[in-house]
Design a protein around this ligand. Structure first.
Ligand code: GRF
Length: 208
């Protein structure tokens, strides 16, 4: 049984997709045992509660400095000891000490086809604003392993989504979430739960 901790910041639609996939058998042999949000009162926490999943708020605002927050996040995750940490719309930088404590065991969902429109400053609607500004015909989402960089770890799954001429950042974000994020994040966790994923020389290999 893959023990999963999910880190969220807001709406939690990706968390919900994972909850639903575990319930419906789209993800085999995995269980979300903890949801951590850096924001209180967000819908992601309601989604966790409705699914009977333990949750907590860990906010940098509640600590004297970032180093203290980073230590609290590391301590919490070490105590929970998940097999996999999933960043699902989590908007706080993951400290290097957490990456080092969970090598190859942290994944992130990013709402573009990395290496396009990613890295510092590219999150949420900003990603889709940049895609529309560039005039790309295809965008999508990427699940990647987290390393010390921002959106730079080995790519696990990607799914393309067509950009429509009348798209706004909001309509594009919604379609990328519906058609890509909510599909490949559960699929990625299922592959990991089934032991089908290895990383060799920075490249992901999937044994179907
Ligand atoms: C969305 O912008 C999504 O593209 C990205 O994180 C944001 C919030 O997602 N992955 P969620 O609804 O909180 O899962």
């Amino acid at each position: 049984m893959l023990k999963v901790a999910v880190l969220v910041s807001g709406g939690g639609t990706n968390l919900q997709a994972v909850i639903d996939a575990i319930r419906d058998g789209g993800i085999t042999d995995a269980k979300i045992t903890l949801v951590i949000s850096n924001n209180a009162g967000v819908k992601a926490l309601d989604r966790a509660a409705s699914a009977g999943i333990r949750s907590m708020v860990l906010s940098p605002k509640d600590y004297p400095d970032r180093a203290a927050f980073n230590a609290a996040l590391l301590g919490t995750l070490k105590e929970e000891a998940p097999d996999l940490v999933v960043l699902a719309g989590f908007l706080v930088a993951i400290p290097p000490e957490v990456v080092l404590a969970f090598p190859g065991r942290i994944i992130n969902i990013h709402p573009s086809l990395i290496p396009a429109f990613c890295g510092k400053g590219y999150y949420g609607l900003k990603v889709h604003e940049a895609a529309l500004a560039r005039g790309v015909k295809l965008t999508g989402a990427t699940v990647h392993f987290v390393d010390e960089g921002t959106d730079t770890g080995p790519i696990l799954l990607q799914k393309a989504v067509e950009v429509h001429e009348n798209d706004t950042p909001e309509t594009l974000q919604r379609r990328v979430m519906e058609e890509a994020e909510w599909v490949i994040l559960p699929a990625a966790i299922d592959l990991i739960a089934r032991g089908a994923v290895t990383v060799e020389n920075g490249k992901v290999r999937i044994r179907q």
